[in-house]
Design a protein around this ligand. Structure first.
Ligand code: GLV
Ligand code: MN
Length: 221
């Protein structure tokens, strides 16, 4: 009892630190060397994906060529994100990492979005990109990146990349999650299924409902 009281501040500090570490961890550590995702498994439901039988695993499960090809930027944002996450690259299952390739045409934008499950590191390989995020205290942090330069976006915060150069830009982004998830602000609010009521959006953005209808028409699926 005596010991408990003398050590109490230390124990409290320790529990607080452990709580903090637990709450800031990304994907959980894996418990085996490999667990290539069996994306088609329907009978088992786990947090992630079950492993395919080890006897069926080959070198191909740890290889992905999808980021070697330029993405098609012929769309309203003039940008394209190619994902190498557990869904496209099942060998990443349980490993806690993933990558994207981001291609942005001159004047194009990878629109404001957030990743609920990951911090993002971006390295620019070609072109010039204005990158930025907004903190929960509404502060905007940004930089113009040149090739070889990096920027980090803390987990869950809204961010974007905008091509401010006169050539195509190409970046690689990395995440501390096998499936970071993405919430694109404009398409989430104005293109959801079913749609968010117009008056909710009109009130939220302090605009007329006609403005809401006009924006929705751009994102309707
Ligand atoms: C860029 O922000 C990305 O999510 O790949
Ligand atoms: Mn992102």
């Amino acid at each position: 009892m005596e010991l408990y009281y003398t050590k109490r501040p230390f124990l409290l500090f320790l529990s607080f630190t452990l709580l903090l570490v637990a709450s800031t961890r990304a994907d959980p550590d894996s418990l085996q060397d490999l667990c290539v995702a069996d994306l088609g498994a329907t009978s088992v439901v786990v947090n992630g994906f079950p492993c395919k039988p080890a006897s069926n695993v080959t070198s191909d499960d740890f290889f992905f060529a999808g980021l070697s090809m330029e993405g098609n930027t012929s769309n309203i944002f003039a940008s394209n994100v190619t994902a190498a996450n557990v869904l496209s690259f099942p060998g990443l299952n349980t490993l806690g990492v993933s990558m994207n390739r981001v291609d942005v045409a001159p004047g194009g934008l990878n629109p404001p979005h957030s990743h609920p499950r990951a911090t993002e590191l971006i390295i620019l390989l070609k072109g010039r990109l204005l990158v930025g995020f907004i903190s929960t205290s509404n502060q905007f942090f940004s930089k113009v990146l040149n090739p070889g330069e990096m920027f980090v976006v803390p987990k869950g915060l809204i961010h974007f990349q905008y091509n401010v150069g006169d050539k195509k830009a190409f970046a690689i982004t990395t995440f501390d999650s096998q499936l970071p998830g993405v919430v694109i602000a404009s398409t989430t609010l104005f293109g959801s299924t079913p749609a968010i009521p117009d008056d909710v959006l009109a009130k939220a953005f302090q605009v007329d409902q006609k403005v809401v209808t006009a924006i929705k028409s751009k994102f309707e699926r």
